[in-house]
Ligand binder design. Structure first.
Ligand code: NBG
Length: 820
């Protein structure tokens, strides 16, 4: 029998041979003394080889053919671990298991060793990663551009109930997935000044004389689609110092300034900034954004040159999506590259820019909308700022023509906020420079047009779109919930993985007793597995027969983890007052990181842990209530958490959560949702049916009205004895070992300001939780609802979302790849 090529063969024997080969010749390790990590690396290299075969074919095909490439610009890609996912997409999970067994190694153990590439904060970064998976799976030519942070999002530890941030050293032991092409790098300017002059033909030209330059080096990670040959690229830029750096600075004596610049260039891609931080690291963050955007756009122009095509073809070759405002400096940078460096006339450059770029908005929270003070902008990016002024001048001329005399409107639309310290408004810049602007759920897109971008929506209604977010069923079911995946495949065939509308086929089995029994068994086993992890990570013993009530997401006041806590404290009080009360046993699980500088969010973590300590150790509870704060919520831990949930908490103040994507992951894994009419919850409820969704709370409109009419949180406390008791108990020090001061700021904030209407929604939430408990007591009914949730989750696949982006925004089409 002819033997398969070692680097590409897909049989277990060949794979085992490849692993030994890499162990010996890449890592120089003897099998006898190889550590589990060595084996992990050897297997990963072997899997990467198999990706590379497809990657090469893909890159070749894109270079040779007339294709349009979707370019996803994002400051965050929260990919999570790669090995398991690549095995799933290659379809060789079982083969790998066998191969490693033949080498005396356990595959699951090796997979568990992988460090998490946590290059994102939360939903926004994870969405980018899901989209990369879908793009490849749908065989759409695509590249993701971002930053190769040396330190990703911090690791969270809990000490004495408090969050402690530990630096994330994901690269310490090497990253087997990335490839560094040595033939490309780009330079990016910073600081300095500009000089205007006329060129030989008398045209107005501007030269940017930078203070310094930074070199951007690409690190490529192949992204393979599910069971296809398409293997796209995630290209992350690392900054390096340029050798002959700022000698002028040395000569004129600005020694420290020059050294500072050198340090900046080397630290540019050092660390991912946590969001929700008001002022920290502003300057470096703007520098990071410009750095990766400039490298990426230069790279695209370079690709066009390689194809030998004229600049006018740029928008036909590349669709560039701006993931939030973080890359929105692309509007000015593409203009600069075209006008200054390629000598394209302004009008033509503007046409190219607008036809290329599109912008996705991910938040309406005013404090999260990016603006940059002019002095900072000017000192770091003098030339892009001039270009922004020129864009603004032309744009506002147009506005004045449309709305003569409407100065207030001009002020609102301007790219520069002139009230107080002058600032550049990045959302306005992104909107003006894009052909399409979209929100991430139907409600969010509507509110976007009514609030943050209202004037723009009036000006250009045709520019606004909605694309509801989605999540990949490969990672979030096939990989992380294999038992459910098997059950689904048995019931509706394996086509659901790429066409989850087929899950509708489960509906007819939703009431079937034996199918229900299998369904419950899968859920129970996932809960039992989470039970073991909880015990290992926190020491808390929980019961898999209890209702697993889970809220995992970033910790934020608008997400209202404290509302969840108030419900727990209420149940706790009831049981303390009437120990014999018949209640549904519940295990409450929380997980999520707080931004290091977000005081209130950190206090919420402390509160959860304080409540956990009191509740879990109170013998009167008889084990009926358990509260767990699962530390370090990340993609890896998420794999174990979503599959184990009975109830998904999606309880943000209506109008505040742009979409949510955790809500979709829970639904796909058969959890029922308790939630407000916010973000994608609205569409989840539409899909699953109102009778299968636990709805409570004020609507976005009501929230607005309550606030307009003067919200007085104390009124809700006066009207509700249980609420008063719960707040009193928290204030009494009961959950802080007698210290009455610890939670005072949190309680006072709720009583006197409560910006996210926690107290207004409390009664409705508690009543809704009672409906949850009633449903749980009827296992047939609950299981039916659970099955229907999975059955009707098809809409929330990221494949659907990507198809919409391709059709409505990018004009990108699939390209079938044959292996060379
Ligand atoms: C977040 C929203 C979420 C949404 C994700 C992905 C930001 C700025 N926004 O509701 O808060 O699901 O984006 O769209 O991180």
């Amino acid at each position: 029998m002819p033997s398969e090529p070692t680097r590409t063969g897909l049989s277990a024997e060949t794979l085992a041979r490849a692993v030994l080969d890499n162990l010996a010749y890449l890592q120089a390790r003897l099998p006898e003394i190889a550590t589990p990590h060595d084996w992990y690396m050897a297997l990963s290299y072997s899997v990467r080889d198999r990706l590379l075969a497809r990657w090469v074919s893909t890159v070749r095909a894109y270079a040779a053919r007339d294709v349009k490439i979707a370019c996803y610009l994002s400051a965050e890609f929260l990919t999570g671990p790669q090995l398991g996912n690549n095995l799933v997409n290659l379809g060789i999970e079982e083969t790998a298991r066998q191969a490693m067994r033949s080498l005396g190694q356990d595959l699951d153990r090796l997979i568990a060793l992988e460090e998490e590439p946590g290059l994102g904060n939360g939903g926004l970064g994870r969405l980018a990663a899901c989209y990369m998976d879908s793009l490849a799976t749908l065989q759409v030519p695509a590249v993701g551009f971002g930053i190769r942070y040396e330190f990703g999002i911090f690791d969270q530890e809990i000490r004495d109930g408090c969050q402690v941030e530990v630096t994330d050293k994901w690269l310490q032991k090497g990253n087997p997935w990335e490839i560094v092409p040595t033939d490309v790098s780009f330079y990016v300017n910073f600081g300095g000044h500009t000089e205007a002059q006329a060129d030989v033909e008398g045209r107005y030209r501007v030269r940017w004389v930078p203070r310094g330059r930074v070199k951007g080096v690409p690190y490529d990670t192949p992204v393979l689609g599910y069971r296809v040959n398409t293997c796209n690229t995630l290209r992350l830029w690392k900054s390096e110092a340029v050798e002959s750096f700022d000698f002028q600075g040395f000569n004129i004596g600005d020694y420290y300034g020059a050294v500072e610049q050198k340090v900046i260039s080397e630290t540019l891609s050092k660390v991912l900034y946590p969001n929700d931080e008001p002022e920290v690291g502003k300057r470096l963050r703007l520098a990071q954004q410009y750095f990766f955007v400039s490298c990426s756009l230069q790279n695209l122009l370079h690709l066009l040159d390689l194809k030998g095509e004229p600049l006018a073809r740029f928008p036909d070759r590349f669709a560039v999506q701006l993931n939030d405002t973080h890359p929105s400096i692309a509007v000015a940078e593409l203009m600069r590259l075209l006008v200054d460096e390629r000598l394209v006339p302004w009008e033509q450059a503007w046409d190219i820019t607008q036809r290329t770029l599109a912008y996705t908005n991910h938040t309406l929270l005013p404090e999260a909308l990016e603006t940059w003070g002019l002095p900072l902008f000017q000192s770091l990016l003098p030339r892009p700022l001039e270009i922004i002024y020129e864009i603004n001048r032309r744009f506002l001329d147009e506005v004045r023509r449309r709305y003569p005399g409407d100065d207030a409107r001009v002020a609102r639309l301007s790219l520069i906020d002139e009230a107080g310290e002058k600032r550049v408004r990045m959302a306005n810049l992104a909107t003006v420079g894009s052909h399409t602007v979209n929100g991430v759920a139907a409600l969010h897109s509507t509110l976007l047009k009514q609030t943050v971008l209202r004037d723009f929506a009036e000006l250009w209604p045709e520019r606004f779109q909605n694309v509801t977010n989605g999540v990949t069923p490969r990672r979030f079911v096939v990989l992380s919930n294999p038992q459910l995946a098997r059950l689904l495949t048995g019931a509706v065939g394996e086509g659901w993985v790429t066409d989850p509308s087929r899950l509708k086929g489960l509906e007819e089995r939703a009431g079937d007793a034996s199918f229900q029994e299998q369904w419950r068994r899968v859920k129970w086993q996932n809960k039992d597995a989470l039970r073991a992890r909880i015990r290992e990570r926190t020491g808390v013993v929980v019961d898999p027969d209890a209702l697993f009530d889970i809220q995992v997401k970033r910790i934020h006041e608008y997400k209202r983890q404290h509302l969840n806590v108030l419900h727990i404290v209420t149940l706790y009080q009831r049981l303390r007052q009437s120990p014999k009360l018949d209640i549904v046993p519940r295990c409450f699980v929380f997980g999520g990181k707080a931004a290091p500088g977000y005081y209130m969010a950190k206090l919420m973590i402390r509160l959860i842990n304080g409540v956990a300590e009191a509740v879990n150790n109170d013998s009167a509870m008889g084990g009926r209530l358990k509260v767990v704060f699962f530390p370090d919520f990340n993609v890896k831990n998420a794999h174990a958490i979503y599959p184990a949930a009975d109830l998904s908490e999606q309880i943000s103040t209506a109008g505040k959560e742009a979409s949510g994507t955790g809500n979709m992951k829970f639904m796909l894994n058969g959890a029922l949702t308790i939630g407000t009419l916010d973000g994608a919850n609205v569409e989840i409820r539409e899909e699953v049916g109102a009778e299968n969704f636990f709805l409570f709370g004020l609507t976005a409109e009501e929230v607005d009205r309550v606030k307009r009419e003067g919200y007085r949180p104390a009124a809700y406390v006066e009207a509700n004895a249980e609420l008063r008791q719960a707040l009193d108990l928290i204030g009494s020090g009961h959950f802080s070992r007698g210290d009455r001061e610890v939670f005072r700021p949190l309680v006072e904030n709720l009583l006197h300001s409560d910006p996210f209407l926690v107290l207004a929604d409390y009664a409705g939430y508690v009543a809704c939780q009672e409906r949850v408990s009633a449903a749980w007591q009827d296992p047939k009914r609950w299981t039916r609802m659970s099955i229907l949730n999975t059955a009707r989750a098809g809409k929330f696949s990221s494949d659907r979302a990507i198809r919409e982006y391709c059709e409505k925004i990018w004009g990108a089409r699939p390209v079938r790849i044959a292996l060379d």
